[in-house]
Design a protein around this ligand. Structure first.
Ligand SMILES: [Mg+2]
Length: 424
C-alpha cells in the first residue's frame, strides 16, 4: 500500500482544519489539527506531503521518521502530530482493527474524562466568559457542572490563564496592560496567552484565591477541582499561591510557570516550586516529543504530565511518554480541549492503552455545528464521566463528505494549494 495524496479540508463554521491521507488501495485516514490552529497550519501540513508520497502508511514510524523534524513546540507540532493520527486511522482501517489494537491493546473498556469542554453537542460555557468576581466564578462553575453530566473532575482557568485577571488593577508586577484590555480571539489562539508573566501582587493573589474558593464551593464535595493557572507565574508567587489553595484540595495546578504556547519546558523551575508545596503540579500540553519530557520526568519536577496527542507528536509518542512517566511515579492527564471530534476519538483510543498512572483526558469541544458532518461521535457518549472505547476500525470516526459539500456549498471541498514534487 502506498500513500498517493494528502489533502486539507477547512471547515470555517467548525473552526476546523482536517486532513485526509489517501492510498493506491482506496483506504484512507482522517485527522484534524487542534481547533485553535485551524487558520494557519494548512501550509505546514501540505509541506509534509512530498516526504510521505509513495510510503506505506501502515509503517507509521517509518513515515514519522521522514517528517518528525518538521515539527516543534505548540503550535508547530500540530501538523506532524495530526498526520501521525491520520496514519493510525488509516492503518487501523487497513487492518480492520481499532487503533488501540495497533498501539498494544486496551487495558480498559471505558476511558475516564475530565471536563475542559462539555460532552458532545451540549453548550459550552467558555473559560473566559463573564465577570471576574468570585460570585461570577461560582455561578459559571455551577453552570458548567450542570452540563458536565456526572463528570467527576472539572478544570477551571484562573490566574494568568484567562483574560479576567486584566480586570483587576495591579494584578502583578509584570508589564502593565490597559485596565480591562482583552486579547482578540486570534491573539489568544496564536499564543497570546503566554505573553503575560510576572510576580503576582498581594492584591492579585488574594483575588485569585477568593475565586478558587468560590469554584471549590460550587463544585461541592464530589467533583475534583483542577486549575489551569498560567503560564507566567514566577517561582515565589507560584509557591505562595500553591500554599494558599492547598486547603481547597485542588487535584492539580496546571502550567503555573510554563505551558500553553511557551516554547520551552523550564523543568528546573517546576522542581523549585514542587520542593516547596504539597499540591500536585501538572504541565506538558505544549511540549513536542518525548525528548522534551525527559528532564521533567526524570527529575520528578511535576506530579502529572499532560501531553496533547495533537501537539506531542501523535499517539505513539503520547503512549511512550505515559509509560516513561509511570516508571518514575508520575501521573498522566492528557490535554485536548481544542481537539474536536478526531482528537476525542484519538484520545479514547490511546488512553485505553495507557498504564495505571492514567487519570483522565481533557474532553475536547464538539459543538452542535458538527452534527451530521461526522460519524462515530454521538450525544450521550459521555456517561458518568467515562467514554466507552470504540471497536470500529481506525479511530472509529469518519467525515460525511456529502454533508460537508452541502455545508460548504461547493463540490470541491479540499484546499487548492497542494504542494507537489520532491523535497530538496
Ligand atoms: Mg492548559
Amino acid at each position: 500500500m502506498k500513500i498517493t495524496n494528502l489533502r486539507c479540508l477547512l471547515l470555517p463554521a467548525q473552526k476546523a482544519l482536517l486532513l485526509r491521507i489517501d492510498t493506491d488501495e482506496g483506504v484512507y485516514g482522517w485527522s484534524q489539527v487542534e481547533q485553535n490552529k485551524h487558520s494557519y497550519l494548512a501550509p505546514q501540513i501540505l509541506h509534509c506531503k512530498p516526504f510521505l508520497l509513495g510510503l506505506d502508511p501502515t509503517d507509521v514510524e517509518n513515515c514519522m521518521r521522514r517528517i518528525r523534524r518538521l515539527g516543534a513546540f505548540k503550535p508547530w507540532g500540530g501538523a506532524v502530530s495530526s498526520i501521525e493520527i491520520a496514519l493510525w486511522d488509516l492503518a487501523g482501517k487497513a487492518a480492520g482493527l481499532p487503533v488501540y489494537k495497533l498501539l498494544g491493546g486496551k487495558v480498559r473498556d471505558r476511558v475516564r474524562v475530565y471536563m475542559g469542554g462539555p460532552p458532545p453537542f451540549t453548550p459550552h460555557v467558555p473559560y473566559s466568559a463573564g465577570g471576574d468576581r468570585p460570585e461570577d466564578y461560582y455561578s459559571r462553575t455551577k453552570a458548567r457542572r450542570e452540563r458536565g453530566r456526572g463528570i467527576g473532575i472539572m478544570k477551571t482557568a484562573v490566574g494568568f490563564h484567562d483574560n479576567r485577571w486584566r480586570q483587576v488593577d495591579g494584578y502583578h508586577y509584570g508589564i502593565a496592560y490597559a485596565h480591562g484590555e482583552t486579547l482578540s480571539p486570534t491573539a489568544r489562539a496564536t499564543g497570546g496567552i503566554a505573553e503575560v508573566a510576572g510576580m503576582v501582587t498581594e492584591r492579585g493573589l488574594a483575588h485569585t484565591v477568593e475565586c478558587v474558593a468560590a469554584v471549590r464551593e460550587a463544585l461541592g464535595a464530589d467533583v475534583a477541582m483542577a486549575l489551569d493557572c498560567g503560564p507566567g507565574w514566577k517561582v515565589p508567587g507560584a509557591v505562595e499561591f500553591a500554599r494558599r489553595v492547598e486547603a481547597l484540595r485542588p487535584l492539580w495546578l496546571e502550567d503555573l510557570v510554563t505551558g500553553d504556547y511557551t516554547p520551552y519546558v523550564g523543568a528546573d523551575l517546576y522542581r523549585a516550586v514542587k520542593q516547596q508545596t504539597h499540591v500536585n503540579l501538572h504541565t506538558g500540553e505544549q511540549i513536542y516529543l518525548r525528548q522534551n519530557f525527559r528532564e521533567l520526568i526524570e527529575t520528578r519536577a511535576v506530579d502529572v504530565v499532560g501531553p496533547d496527542p495533537m501537539d506531542v507528536g501523535g499517539l505513539a509518542e503520547l503512549k511512550w511518554v505515559a509509560e516513561f512517566a509511570d516508571l518514575h511515579g508520575i501521573l498522566m492527564a492528557p490535554h485536548g480541549i481544542g481537539d474536536g471530534p478526531f482528537g476525542l476519538a484519538a484520545l479514547v483510543q490511546v488512553c485505553a492503552t495507557l498504564p495505571d498512572n492514567y487519570i483522565a483526558f481533557e474532553l475536547p469541544i464538539v459543538g452542535e455545528e458538527w452534527r451530521g458532518l461526522v460519524t462515530g461521535i454521538v450525544e450521550g457518549m459521555v456517561e458518568d464521566g467515562f467514554v466507552r472505547v470504540s471497536d470500529a476500525p481506525g479511530l472509529g470516526v469518519d467525515i460525511v463528505e456529502e454533508e460537508v459539500r452541502r455545508a460548504l456549498g461547493t463540490a470541491e471541498i479540499y484546499l487548492g494549494h497542494a504542494r507537489t514534487g520532491t523535497p530538496a
